[in-house]
Ligand binder design. Structure first.
Ligand code: ADP
Length: 374
């Protein structure tokens, strides 16, 4: 329990979890890109700001930044994009380049382990080029320090030699635009954060926005879909365009094989039932966690480890893969005493909460004993 207590603290801020959690990437409702996504996303990406759906604030602000830079005939300021995986950060970086009429180079923090890796990239940039650095918070320290200088003065010091004889050779860089992406701006050291001229926070998408994403992708994939079908997919997409596009592809398969190829509400619902993605976008694992919490532990509070054993998963899987979305949806809460289910959780699973005093009071004990003995 003590271990759980430690994890409950600040856990909600961790809600997005690390990008690319292995277990997350394989799920139909995982937000990280899988290999099929990577192959098909290029075709589905909006090419300019006007085509980019949702995020009205970010779009307006970015539009101003880019228009002003174009009018000055200069290079756009460095841009930091923060937000959960699959919300369109890579897409926006490509749009920035397209709107500026500039080429783009794409890399990521984990790919830059040595300052030398970064120096090689920076020194090969052309004037006005956009450098997209995904997961910028995962860059190594020395590379990060080199980046400070490059962002501010368009200059890097290349160290030649080792030990006392090492010399720093300054290297001028052409002006470029760095677009950094991170799950949370707070993960960045302040000196790095401060060097961005513009920071945009990407929000999860509204269902109506996701419907537009689904309609647009369906058109590009030449799939016939009606309004109710798009709404059905959008409602199960966890606020994330990448998931909406992925669910659309699975529903399309189903529509081809088991229906007449047209996606209606009924076809979408039947298809996603096959893939065990429910009306709210919960998958098998999410539901298993909730069901255990409700049926075995009377809604909690219960420790994370106990809950993990009950669903036969590692505690990390429950904590990093299942819980963030359940917390976001207001179905589960992490408290210092353990995990508890909210009234919405009971309702979602169609169960009636036990009539009893507030969770955690002695009345709760009886439930544990009854369940334990059966
Ligand atoms: P991130 O870099 O944040 O993980 P991506 O930019 O790779 O996300 O977007 C994932 C997928 O979602 C892409 O296929 C893209 O086409 C789609 N997408 C993201 N944002 C939008 C949007 N605003 N409008 C339409 N499609 C979007």
């Amino acid at each position: 329990m003590a271990h759980d207590d430690h994890h409950a603290e600040g856990a909600v801020e961790e809600a997005y979890g690390p990008t690319g959690t292995a277990a997350g990437a394989e799920r139909l409702v995982g937000a990280s890109a899988d290999s099929e996504d990577t192959a098909i996303e290029a075709a589905l990406r909006p090419k300019d700001l006007a085509e980019f759906i949702g995020q009205p604030k970010v779009r307006e602000q970015l539009d101003l930044v880019l228009r002003a830079a174009r009018a000055r005939g200069g290079t756009a300021d460095h841009v930091l994009l923060s937000g959960a995986p699959g919300l369109g950060k890579t897409t926006l970086s490509m749009i920035i380049a397209a709107e500026m009429g500039a080429p783009i180079r794409i890399t990521s923090g984990p790919a830059i382990q040595h300052a030398g890796d970064l120096a090689a990239i920076l020194s090969s940039l052309t004037e006005g080029e956009v450098l997209f650095l995904d997961e910028i918070h995962r860059m190594s320290r020395p590379a990060e320090e080199m980046l400070y200088m490059a962002m501010e003065d368009f200059r890097v010091d290349v160290i030649v030699g080792k030990g006392p004889g090492a010399t720093a050779i300054p290297l001028e860089l052409p002006p470029f635009t760095l677009v950094g992406a991170t799950t949370r701006a707070g993960l960045l050291p302040p000196p790095l954060r401060d060097r961005f001229g513009f920071t945009a926070h990407m929000e999860f998408y509204e269902p109506t926005e996701l419907e537009r994403v689904v309609h647009r992708s369906a058109r590009l994939l030449a799939v016939e879909i009606d309004a109710a079908g798009a709404a059905e997919i959008a409602g199960r997409s966890r606020g994330t365009p990448r998931i909406a596009n992925r669910l659309l592809r699975r529903v399309r398969d189903y529509a081809q094989v088991r229906a007449d190829g047209v996606i209606t509400r009924e076809v979408a619902a039947r298809a996603l039932a096959v893939y065990e993605v429910d009306e709210r976008g919960l998958d098998r694992l999410d539901r298993a966690v909730l069901t255990a919490l409700l049926k075995l532990f009377g809604g909690g509070p219960v420790g994370l480890s106990t809950l993990a054993v009950a669903v036969g998963e590692e505690r990390e899987t429950v904590e990093e893969v299942a819980e963030p979305f359940l917390v976001r949806e207001g179905l589960l809460a992490r408290t210092p005493r353990g995990r508890i289910a909210t009234p919405a959780a009971w309702e979602h699973l169609g169960l009636t909460p036990p009539r009893q005093p507030a969770p955690g009071t002695p009345g709760q004990q009886g439930l544990f004993e009854r369940d334990g003995g059966s």
